[in-house]
Design a protein around this ligand. Structure first.
Ligand SMILES: Cc1cc2nc3c(=O)[nH]c(=O)nc-3n(C[C@H](O)[C@H](O)[C@H](O)COP(=O)(O)O)c2cc1C
Length: 223
């Protein structure tokens, strides 16, 4: 698989089969992804990788928590800027509507929408869940480095026949995740990532998120 194929076939997979992922594969992915660049080679990422009972135990805890508190805890960082403006707000709205449209969930059906949100906290059925933390001293440049690490994992996963979904939604349950994985107080949860084999028959995996055109986001100068 060449890089373009990996980029083209990566998508946010929101339904996985229960086929397990070998621990050696997960280790290989993380080892290779550690070649991702970071300013000053600071390598700010801290990863907790879960499968089997450690993963299921967390899923069960959050499942119980959702029953009394469907939205978890207010997040430690703004997942989206407050008052997000156009065009970004429109992109966000469109992908959400496209996703719920595929699932046949209308806007006013809040219960069904919450039910879909809750799928995040089962890692969409994936057998492996990763959590990305950063030391709290890190700022925007290091969070950007962490993003490159995440994307490198996601592209390498394609080479292994695997799919992924990055999941900021886990930030809604940061106290429970930290207690479960044993993350120290000096680390902040950025996001989770589901990792596994794609359920090819799941309608939600047909979602193809649109992109703005190059001319919408690039100012070419001197070409
Ligand atoms: C850092 C990050 C966090 C994300 N968090 C979530 C999430 O919590 N739940 C979810 O369903 N998708 C999540 N996504 C997936 C985005 O919605 C998705 O990348 C975007 O709509 C583009 O679609 P694509 O990845 O299929 O190309 C996240 C993506 C990134 C990069």
């Amino acid at each position: 698989m060449n890089v373009s194929d990996a980029v083209d076939t990566r998508m946010s997979c929101r339904a996985f089969t229960d086929q397990p992922v070998d621990g050696a594969v997960v280790r290989r992915l993380l080892e290779k992804a550690s070649r991702a660049p970071s300013g000053g080679n600071v390598q700010p990422w801290r990863i907790y990788a879960l499968t089997g009972q450690p993963l299921q135990g967390l899923v069960d805890k959050i499942d119980a928590g959702i029953r009394t508190n469907p939205m978890g805890t207010p997040t430690e960082y703004d997942i989206y800027p407050k008052g997000l403006t156009a065009p970004y707000r429109d992109y966000r709205y469109k992908v959400g509507e496209d996703m719920y449209g595929l699932l046949g969930i209308p806007r006013e059906d809040k219960v069904a929408r919450l039910g879909q949100l809750a799928q995040n906290f089962k890692f969409f059925g994936a057998p492996v869940g990763l959590f990305m933390y950063l030391d709290r001293q890190m700022g925007p440049p290091q969070w950007s480095d962490a993003g490159m690490f995440l994307q490198t994992i996601m592209l390498l996963a394609r080479e292994e026949g695997l799919h992924t979904c990055a999941q900021e939604a886990w930030a809604m349950w940061y106290p429970e995740v930290a207690a479960h994985v044993g993350a120290p107080d000096n680390e902040i949860l950025f996001c989770g990532m589901a990792l596994g084999y794609k359920d090819e028959n799941a309608p939600i995996n047909q979602l193809s998120a649109e992109r703005a055109s190059v001319d919408d986001f690039t100012t070419f100068q001197g070409f």
